[in-house]
Write a new protein. Structure first.
Length: 480
């Protein structure tokens, strides 16, 4: 057997790079199947790649549908090679999660200075790994394999036809074949809708305690759930970008956290002096020192609210419960013993848009909760002792003046902001123009044997020979 050429090897390596999923291929008699990735058709030979090893087989050894699939894939691959590698930017995902709307990079002038502009043609990239990409991500020198067309519905402006591509010939052929099958020969359905999602940005505000070196901050786990878009610590009028920390011990083993998440940032704040050796006991008196977001939502009011209660229950996960009443409008705070020793801290993250209640005593709020949960400072101290580069919590001066304690603790407390994107489904308007019997008019283009391109309104339009808007030469009657 003739060894595969360099083009075949390149395709196989490219398939591995973009994580092409293997397709099931069937023998001509239908008795045998195996999984492999399409590489190319060379004359009467089909080159497939399995386990990263390309191998050539007689094309006639496969079922008729597989042979047609391979020929279509090769035609798509030839077109991609002729166009050459492209660079593009991910603009936004399609609403249904089937892929991304992307924009090509404009050709750079020979002596151009500065970054290239990614404001060229918009196209649809069909990919099963939608969540593996991010808005603004760029790909350089990638082959794009044609996968038909789509009707793109942007948030602003009228819908338009865009070309669809995939990152491999097999994926492009699969996507194109699925559309052809689903359309049942109906040209109007051969360019399915791709909808730009309506995205709402939501912001959550939370209370954070600086507990260690390097700007290590303990925050509400609800602030750093999967999918947040940005995370920052706001302090002294500045935003400090933050990253989530998943701590390990000196042996590299993940450490179990109490009911907190850890982030690091460059905020210039000394760790809180909240270490204590006093053992928490059920029934002991405690004071909840809580802080409310100020009117600008950029910090906390310096005068804390103080309520009294008792420890109700000790948890097994480094937390304990108390019945000191907490206003739901307060973002968090500390649980302090009668002599001023800090027993724990708590979180009550807020939505950025919610209105603040009266700044009166939280005990007078009818919506205040009767039971709260706090993270034990002893549990946090034990965690820090296991983290390389960190030390245990330092204890501070204690006093029975709870308002003074609250003001002192506020110096090591920070405001944490996290933003999220919320996808809001869009309902497409009904088509305003209809064909005979109320059916929608055909959409797309076709290519005649002479290489002339016709649009769907042309009398020479043939849905059996679909093409892209850039292929062939435009018809003089319809303008292509």
């Amino acid at each position: 057997m003739k060894p595969p050429g360099p083009w075949i090897i390149m395709l196989a390596l490219f398939a591995a790079l973009v994580r092409v999923e293997a397709r099931e291929w069937t023998s001509a008699d239908g008795k045998k199947t195996f999984e492999a990735v399409f590489s190319s058709v060379q004359g009467d030979r089909l080159v497939l790649t399995a386990d990263s090893k390309p191998a050539a087989y007689p094309l006639a050894a496969f079922s008729a549908s597989d042979q047609q699939f391979a020929k279509n894939a090769q035609a798509i691959a030839d077109s991609a090679a002729k166009w050459g590698p492209q660079s593009f930017e991910f603009a936004h995902p399609a609403e249904d999660g089937s892929g991304w709307i992307c924009r090509l990079a404009l050709p750079a002038a020979p002596k151009a200075v500065g970054p290239r502009l990614f404001t060229g043609e918009a196209f649809f990239l069909a990919t099963p790994e939608v969540h593996a990409h991010q808005k603004g991500q760029r790909m350089e020198n990638q082959l794009l394999f044609g996968a038909g067309g789509r009707t793109y519905h942007p948030l602003q402006g009228a819908p338009s036809m865009v070309r669809a591509f995939a990152l491999d010939a097999e994926g492009a052929t699969t996507a194109w074949s699925a559309i052809m099958t689903a359309s049942g020969g109906d040209p109007a359905k051969q360019a399915p809708n791709v909808v730009e999602p309506d995205v709402e940005i939501a912001t959550r505000l939370g209370f954070g305690v600086v507990i260690g070196k390097g700007g290590l901050v303990a925050v509400d786990p609800g602030l750093v759930v999967k999918g947040f878009k940005s995370l920052a610590v706001h302090h002294d009028g500045k935003d400090h970008p933050a990253v989530v920390v998943r701590p390990k011990d000196k042996d590299g083993v993940d450490l179990k956290l109490p009911d907190i998440a850890l982030i690091t940032c460059g905020v210039p704040v000394e760790p809180a002096r909240i270490g204590t050796k006093r053992i928490i006991e059920v029934g002991q008196n405690v004071f909840a020192i809580s802080y409310e977001l100020n009117a600008g939502k950029k910090g906390f009011y310096t005068r804390p609210a103080v309520t009294r209660g008792i420890v109700s229950r000790l948890g097994t996960d480094g937390t304990f419960q108390h019945d000191a009443r907490l206003s739901p409008e307060h973002a968090g705070g500390y649980l302090v013993g009668e002599k001023g020793d800090v027993l724990g801290f708590f979180f009550q993250s807020q939505a950025a848009g919610r209105s603040s209640a009266s700044k009166s005593s939280p005990g007078g709020s009818s919506s205040a909760s009767a039971l709260g949960t706090a993270v034990s400072t002893q549990a946090v101290a034990g965690l820090l002792e296991k983290m390389p580069g960190q030390t245990g919590l330092k204890s501070g001066s204690v006093t029975d003046d709870m308002e003074a304690n609250g003001k002192a603790l506020l110096a090591s407390s920070v405001l944490v902001t996290a933003t999220f994107e919320i996808i809001k489904p869009r309902k497409l308007p009904a088509p305003s123009v209809a064909g005979a019997g109320g059916a929608p008019l055909p959409a797309g283009w076709s290519l005649s044997k002479s290489g002339t391109r016709h649009n769907a309104k042309c009398r020479y339009y043939n849905p059996q020979n679909p093409c892209q808007a850039s292929e062939g030469s435009a018809c003089k009657i319809c303008g292509g």
